[in-house]
Design a protein around this ligand. Structure first.
Ligand code: ATR
Length: 274
């Protein structure tokens, strides 16, 4: 029996154990996935313990995604650029870290945009961990224009500097973003705005062009306020569910070298969310 896990703090609400355990069943893998609440001060001892227990791989969530990097034996290039790890695999007693958020986001996004993505002007709102993953993959994939707007401009400038090795990104203030909003084909919300009732909108709707593509990384609720308001204007909308499904599928593929059953994962998660 193989053992997998997720570590985070808090971890009670994680849907990953349900997704992976049911998926293991369906694909006939003798494996079990457990969640562990690991406080920041216990991170190092926790990953040593996972090694001792023979865990084959684990996911990493808030608040450990950045702090785990120096504790791993090897870190994949993309995870290094993003500066965060969310998936770790045990290869011969060594921990190898990956980040599936970026690729997971891109795979999901391409379901909505198809090949048109490469010709789009894209505005990313936010400059936290999720924005780092999203801008990194968009910079590597290639889009016509990439711009970033964040409440705290210094964080946006940090991210701009980090991506500079791949391409130029414009950092724009919110007021400037609103004035020029009609120039963007795709607007992506990576902030937490929309998770709580009464949150303000991450970006104005009125100034967007008709036929805009809207992408929100939030999937709980499935229809965020922003997507709800943007619906009449948008050509297509997407919440964070495809990214969530993809990152789980990619983790399974890193761990096992087998293809994940995405259709099953997607059905199960949607059923669970309704
Ligand atoms: P994550 O890893 O999920 O991206 P994070 O690193 O805490 O989380 O980043 C949260 C993002 O949401 C940041 O861009 C944050 O803006 P600041 O850098 O100014 O903090 C943004 N955010 C969160 N609450 C916000 C709010 N009320 N208004 C505007 N932006 C907000």
């Amino acid at each position: 029996m193989e053992n997998y896990a997720v570590i985070g703090h808090p971890i009670g609400h994680s849907k990953s154990p349900m997704i992976h355990n049911r998926h293991f069943d369906v694909v006939g893998r003798e494996a079990i996935y457990t969640r562990y609440d690991v406080k920041p001060e216990n991170l190092e001892t926790a990953i040593a313990a996972l090694q001792t227990l023979g865990v084959s791989g684990f996911n990493v969530t808030v608040p450990h995604k950045v702090n785990i990097l120096p504790l791993l034996d090897a870190v994949d290039d993309e995870a290094l650029v993003i500066g965060a790890v969310n998936t770790v695999v045990n290869r011969g007693g060594k921990w190898h870290g990956y980040n599936t958020d970026g690729q997971g986001y891109l795979n999901g996004l391409r379901e909505m945009t198809g090949d048109a993505l490469g010709d789009m002007s894209v505005l990313v709102i936010g400059a936290g961990g999720a924005a780092r993953a999203v801008t990194t993959v968009l910079a590597k994939h290639g889009v016509k224009r990439l711009a970033l707007s964040n409440r705290t401009p210094s964080r946006a400038f940090d991210l701009q500097a980090n991506i500079a090795r791949f391409r130029e990104i414009d950092v724009i203030e919110r007021s400037e973003a609103i004035r020029g909003l009609s120039a963007f084909d795709l607007i992506i919300n990576t902030t937490s705005l929309g998770m709580r009732e009464g949150d303000s909108l991450p970006m104005e709707i009125e100034e967007m062009k008709t036929d805009v593509y809207l992408s929100d990384l939030i999937y709980n609720p499935l229809e965020t306020r922003w997507l709800q308001y943007g619906k009449p204007k948008a050509r297509a909308l997407q919440n964070g569910l495809p990214m969530f499904i993809e990152q789980a599928a990619l983790a399974y593929e890193i761990w096992t070298d087998r293809r994940a059953d995405r259709a099953f994962m997607s059905r199960m998660i949607r059923e669970e969310m309704e």
